[in-house]
Design a protein around this ligand. Sequence first.
Ligand SMILES: C[S@@+](CC[C@H](N)C(=O)[O-])C[C@H]1O[C@@H](n2cnc3c(N)ncnc32)[C@H](O)[C@@H]1O
Length: 253
Amino acid sequence: MATTTGAPGAVLDSAQIVHWREAWFQVMEGFVPHLASLEETLCRIAEAAHGRAPRRVLDLGGGPGLLVERMARRWADVAATLMDIDPVLLALASGALADEVRVLHGDLSTSGWVDRAGGGYDLVTVVMTLHYLPPVQARAFYADVRRCLAPGGLLIVADLMPDESLPSLMGALDPAPDEAAAELAWAQWWNDVGQAEQLRPLLGQRAAIFDNRLPAEFTAPGGWHAAAARDAGFGEAGIFWRCGRHAALAARD
Ligand SMILES: C[S@@+](CC[C@H](N)C(=O)[O-])C[C@H]1O[C@@H](n2cnc3c(N)ncnc32)[C@H](O)[C@@H]1O
């Protein structure tokens, strides 16, 4: 049974949950080109890292839980946990994934989340979330996350990590998605969710969290992230997937 800490259960209509989660994935596809390819590659590198399916995974900033759901279904015996700060998204995740995933509230901008998440994970994923943190906190995140990982555990961070080395070619090979359209789709998604009467209390909690917390929109090249990971004690770190300005980094001891 999913446990939701900090996002008291709103009774949500299951058809609405399905609709909002599917619409969320479409919005995310507008931001991240070839999102399905990123997710498939991420799963394959995790399997390769361990020579088996991961047994304990943690998806940080997991939103309504689409990635963690796919991981839970791909790896039948996995113990999966999702953590996020947003009470609305936590309610959607726990409403959809009641029996498959542990759903936790946690704020990645301070180290307290580590104790809530616990340790021993052999895979931790953070997709399109680290850019919410300013550089000092993003750097601290790499040290925090090491405490969650089992020996040999793998961290995967996917985010905007522009590659400065071939600016004209990278742009020509894979043009950036229409970010203005994606932003509009995002606003529309929140507008639709905002109409749901039963989510009103959670939307109020969300506003209280985010009103004074604008996303830092911090984007650094992959080399910055790899260096931050190594500085935090990871033995190896590097980019394993790239599409235009989006990239994914893997790090492990
Ligand atoms: C663009 S969404 C990505 C969600 C999910 N990873 C996905 O790919 O669908 C960014 C997520 O980061 C979460 N987030 C932002 N700041 C956070 C923080 N300080 N602690 C935990 N989660 C945070 C948001 O609530 C949101 O779910």
